[in-house]
Ligand binder design. Structure first.
Ligand code: ATP
Ligand code: MG
Length: 324
């Protein structure tokens, strides 16, 4: 299994729970593991009953397991501050105000969260030397998954920006010659340097996601979730990435065979309907069903998390990364 493992899926299906359970399984199997969560509502903090923040912290009572929780709101602010800093070093003072105004507006634009989170995910991947495995509990909307197709697109875009910057420097140099004072501004140009840095960032992102990451989708046995999963599998395939496996969570438990009250009959009917849906998944969906997790009567934490971890038929052994 690749060093980076992502769990995606619709809101509330159990991504955080499954990510934590898988992280726990990896740690118990001897791998130094980090679980990265981005959801401020129900997150690693709730599952492990312990506060987590922006940097990795050990999970109490579990050797080799650490967790961190990225706050998307803070991340956007940090991200935009960085851009502000970058730009204000490179433009005239008169433009700084305009830049600030634009960045204020950017804060609220769709995509700002995703873009900031994406950067952060990649940064975590780039600096994950201390871990054998990093497990990403992705954002509810699945928009994080959509971002996975971005690196290629952005690389092309950066190439074009670099070309433009070079052309304009070139023109500037030619003009300067007329001034009897040729200037070699191409070397050491801060804008080009920054573009170069972004390009290598996206190159890393593209290859790490393609070669060192495995994607799993969590689903519930209801029609909505099954349909959504079908779409996500196609979306991800379109990005030349593959879904490694599907995790069915919150399956209705079967009553004992000798029980025949109303509750038992209801459960039995539900189990039958869910079984049909699982059968559809097994026969029509390409990625294999790697776990069927029963619906517990309470929140999954503590010992229950170990139980759920045992139900995950996902390998934990780590292949070394190809892109370090
Ligand atoms: N197998 C299960 N049995 C009982 N409760 C479960 C099970 N799996 C998840 N839950 C509970 O369902 C709720 C949602 O689970 P979780 O937070 O893992 O989903 P999520 O996909 O991460 O949600 P979000 O999209 O909001 O991030 C939580 O309260 C969790 O404890
Ligand atoms: Mg979650």
């Amino acid at each position: 299994m690749e060093p980076f493992v992502f769990f995606g899926g619709k809101g509330g299906v159990g991504k955080t729970t499954v990510s934590c359970a898988y992280g726990l399984k990896c740690a118990r199997d001897g791998h130094r593991t980090l679980v990265v969560s981005t959801d401020p509502a129900h997150s690693v903090t709730d599952v492990f009953d312990q506060p987590f923040g922006d940097s990795p912290r050990p999970v109490e009572g579990v050797d080799r397991l650490e967790a961190m929780q990225i706050d998307p709101e803070d991340e956007v602010t940090r991200h935009l501050d960085e851009i502000r800093q970058d730009l204000s070093e490179q433009v005239s003072a008169s433009m700084v105000n305009e830049i600030n105004r634009q960045l204020e507006m950017a804060h609220g634009t769709p995509g700002a969260y995703e873009s900031a989170l994406f950067d952060r995910f990649i940064e975590v991947m780039r600096t994950a030397d201390d871990y054998d495995r990093v497990v990403f509990d992705t954002a509810p909307s699945g928009s994080t998954l959509r971002l996975l197709g971005l690196p290629d697109l952005l690389e092309d875009w950066i190439d074009r920006l670099m070309y433009k910057r070079r052309t304009s420097i070139d023109l500037f140099e030619k003009a300067a010659i007329g001034n009897n004072e040729p200037r070699r501004v191409m070397e050491g140009d801060p804008v080009l340097a920054r573009l170069e840095e972004r390009k290598s960032f996206f190159e890393f992102a593209g290859s790490a996601l393609h070669d060192d990451a495995a994607f799993f989708l969590v689903l519930n046995p209801d029609e909505l979730s099954v349909n959504e999963t079908r779409r996500s599998i196609a979306d991800i395939r379109e990005k030349d990435l593959a879904v490694r496996g599907l995790v069915a969570n919150k399956l209705t438990p079967s009553p004992d065979p000798d029980e025949n009250g109303r509750g038992a009959r209801y459960l039995r009917e539900r189990v039958a309907t869910e079984e049909e849906r699982l059968e559809t998944i097994r026969s029509e969906f390409e990625p294999p069903l790697v776990a069927e997790i029963g619906w517990r009567s309470s929140e999954v934490k503590g010992d229950l998390l170990d139980d759920v971890a045992a139900e995950l038929d996902i390998a934990t052994a780590v292949e070394p990364p190809t892109h370090v």
